[in-house]
Design a protein. Structure first.
Length: 296
């Protein structure tokens, strides 16, 4: 058997022997790596530095490293005085509720459109796709009026978490991504399950969902991060300060909070989604990179 030829890069082996390329290329790579690290991690490190500094140090020397010493008490002070724990709890409730509602709607909707394939499926898919071309600001007013008075029931969902959970669930992007993944699952497996007597519910829970764990992880992570940083919609439907997430609460308490405590609170708010991505980055990248339902 002949050995496979090594994959060729943009720079040939002949060019790599030249002194300018041999020594210049690693230097360029190191500089690019340093630039990416500074652009990506730099703001987070500066936020950490500011959160452990005094307000005077932040204003007088924003790039200096703790002229008055590290203020470790800023973090517990921000937790107690700014009530970060309460706002983070509200944010977690909103994120978990949005996650559950989004997964329920996008998996069941994609299952109907991709696996069951009703006659009106292409029309519904086209309508869902068309909503992606509409700016979110256009649907803001009708959606807000719907929250104030639910059709048929007449309920007012303002100042309830349902006002955030339900609109978050109806995301066209997540439905289409999930449908695309379901389309890649071989139809032979679905037909074999039907021959064995599997019902639609059994087919959904025992075959489709277990094979779709990567894309479910991607949608879950995007949903949690999206709900964590959402500002405008929670500001409109949750005017009660006791129910507001941290993205809405921090700008509201900015005028009455010390700058150093504000920076500490911002660091705690930013740290959680960053940690979530670092923990689940393998599943996220695997789900994004997979183009089919199964591997051969």
């Amino acid at each position: 058997m002949t050995a496979e030829a090594p994959e060729r890069g943009i720079i040939s082996s002949m060019d790599r022997r030249r002194p300018l390329v041999r020594y210049g290329l690693p230097i360029i790579q190191v500089l690019l790596f340093i630039g990416v690290v500074i652009a990506g991690v730099g703001p987070l490190l500066w936020l950490l530095k500011s959160g452990l500094s005094t307000s005077q140090d932040i204003l007088r020397g924003p790039m200096q490293l703790w002229p008055s010493g590290i203020q470790w008490h800023n973090v517990p002070d921000a937790w107690n005085q700014v009530q970060i724990g309460s706002y983070l709890g509200n944010t977690a409730i909103i994120a978990i509720g949005s996650l559950l509602s989004t997964l329920f709607v996008c998996t069941t909707g994609a299952f109907v459109l991709s696996v069951l394939r009703p006659k009106w499926g292409p029309v519904i898919t086209g309508l869902v796709l068309a909503t992606l071309f509409l700016p979110g600001v256009i649907s803001l007013v009708p959606l807000y009026l719907t929250i104030l008075k639910m059709p048929v029931f007449g309920w007012n969902l303002q100042n309830t978490f349902w006002a955030v959970w339900l609109p978050q669930a109806a995301g066209a992007f997540n439905i289409l991504v999930m449908k695309r993944y379901f389309d890649a699952i071989p139809r032979e497996l679905i037909e074999a399950a039907r021959i064995d007597g599997a019902s639609n519910l059994r087919l959904f829970t025992a075959l489709i969902l277990p094979m779709s764990k990567p894309i479910i992880g991607v949608v879950a992570l995007l949903t949690v991060i999206g709900s964590w940083k959402d500002y405008l919609w929670p500001l409109l439907v949750l005017p009660d300060p006791k129910l507001q997430p941290i993205s809405v609460a921090l700008p509201r308490v900015q005028k009455t909070t010390d700058l150093s405590l504000q920076m500490s609170a911002l660091f705690l708010a930013v740290l959680i989604p960053v940690v979530l991505f670092l923990i689940f980055q393998k599943q996220f990248l695997r789900g994004v990179g997979m183009s089919g339902g199964i591997k051969e």
